[in-house]
Write a protein that binds this ligand. Structure first.
Ligand code: HAM
Length: 427
């Protein structure tokens, strides 16, 4: 038997009902916040991610699915391409390529789709996973640098999670400052690590050299007391970044969105500036981040684009679904009715009735005239229908149908014109 590849999985009903409910809800929220959909290719030029996400990140150094795409004709050059490990770099590439900055207004874009990272698979961590991304990006003259955008994005995430029905989320907030702040902070970390790094794990010893900020990410219990004593990023923010962060927090306070400042939260991508955040959920184990995001004010320029500050986030849809399961949230996709033709020649009548009902918005399934009554009842139950509607010769002639409530066992006669309403509303 051929099986799905390690780290990938099939999403099957009834699970997909919940996926669809989540996606319908987020599209509805996006529309209310004036976000529009963008779809970018699932593979891109490898250098987009190397330059956009960062040469030294785990994603670029060890997690990308990259291959050399040989040109088909002699004139076509071969090219290194990569399955997208995240969406922000591709969205900013599209923003630059199509001159979206020339539209003047802020671009509020969302993208829903699969991402690919060659990570060690475990609960909540897959090699193909799905993200719901949102980005606000535009020229500074359109207000793209304003902390009001950070607050709007965070408030939207909170609304989205609330409306989806997720309850136990926590917002972890931080500011990583601007590039100059981070350079000074990195230097301070390097110095503070020098006398203690030999006591730390091998990963930390390597990170202390290459990218000291990543030491804050370490989960090894023995290293934690050392990390707790390291300098904090907040002490290295310049006045403008400090003021910016204070404004974001004041707006969150004004709308009553609770948050925890987590100065150890360093995101795994290099493009972040100023506000960064994660929404975590206690039932997810080690992979507790349901979503992550932040500001990326220099990303467009690093990809040869115009100055285009932006902020956004990506919900890990797989993890969101796991968290919803943990809270007992289910999609209500139950079937209203099962239409059971009874006797030879009744299939056309049953199809006609099913067509009327389906067009009136009733969810129904349709049986077959060769089924005996007992088999129709069994099929209706297996399909999860609330009602069974019998379509026999008498019913077709009289226009009055026998409707049985399958959970209660009660039976009534309903006229054709009243049937749709009865099946949708009566319990
Ligand atoms: P990220 O933190 O790398 O950020 O990913 C965002 C979310 O995707 C994570 O919080 C997690 O829920 C989910 N995720 C990541 N890797 C996996 C995996 N292997 N399996 C399952 N879920 C996963 C970004 O990707 C940024 N592009 C977010 C962003 C948008 N920042 C600004 N705009």
């Amino acid at each position: 038997m051929i099986k799905s590849i390690r780290g990938t999985r099939d999403l099957l009903p009834p699970d997909t009902d919940l996926w669809n409910r989540v996606e319908a809800k987020v599209r509805d929220v996006f529309a209310r916040y004036n976000f529009r959909e963008i779809r970018t290719p699932v593979f891109e030029d490898t250098s987009l991610f190397a330059r956009g996400v960062g040469e030294d990140t785990d994603i670029v150094t060890k997690e990308m699915f990259t291959w050399e795409d040989k040109g088909r004709a002699a004139s076509e050059k071969s090219q290194s391409v990569t399955l997208r490990p995240e969406a922000t770099a591709g969205i900013v590439r599209a923003y630059i390529e199509h001159g979206l900055d020339k539209r003047g207004a802020l671009q509020k874009l969302y993208l829903i789709g699969p991402m690919f990272r060659r990570e060690r698979p475990q609960k909540g961590r897959y090699r193909q996973f799905y993200q719901i991304n949102a980005e606000i990006i535009g020229p500074p003259s359109a207000g793209s640098e304003s902390p009001a955008r950070d607050a709007e994005v965070l408030e939207m995430v909170a609304t989205m999670l609330d409306e989806i029905g997720l309850r136990a989320w926590t917002l972890q907030l931080n500011s990583v400052g601007c590039a100059a702040d981070r350079a000074r902070y990195n230097q301070a970390l390097r110095e503070a690590l020098k006398p203690v790094v030999h006591l730390m794990c091998a990963d930390c010893q390597r990170r202390a050299e290459t990218n000291p900020l990543r030491v804050l990410d370490c989960k090894v219990p023995e290293d934690q007391p050392i990390i707790e004593k390291l300098p904090r990023i907040s002490a290295y923010l310049d006045d403008a970044c400090r003021e910016n962060f204070a404004q974001v927090r004041a707006m969150l306070d004004a709308v009553g969105i609770p948050y925890t400042i987590n100065e150890r939260m360093v995101r795994g991508l290099d493009y972040y500036t100023r506000t960064t955040f994660e929404f975590t959920h206690g039932d997810l184990g080690a992979q507790s981040a349901v979503l992550g995001g932040g500001r990326y004010d220099g990303l467009s320029e690093s990809l040869d684009g115009p100055k285009a500050p932006g902020i956004g986030f990506a919900i890990g849809e797989d993890r969101l679904i796991l968290a919803l399961h943990a809270e007992g949230v289910k999609a209500d996709e139950s079937l209203d009715a099962y239409i059971a033709p009874l006797g030879a020649g009744m299939n056309p009548h049953a199809l006609k009735l099913a067509r009327e009902l389906r067009r009136a918005g009733v969810r129904c399934d349709l049986g077959d005239e060769t089924f005996r009554l007992k088999k129709s009842f069994e099929a209706a139950e297996k399909a999860g229908a609330r009602y069974i509607v019998i379509v026999g010769e008498n019913e077709a002639k009289s226009g009055e149908f026998t409707v049985k409530n399958l959970s209660e066992g009660t039976q009534v006669s309903v006229f054709r014109g009243k049937l749709a309403q009865h099946l949708q509303h009566a319990q």
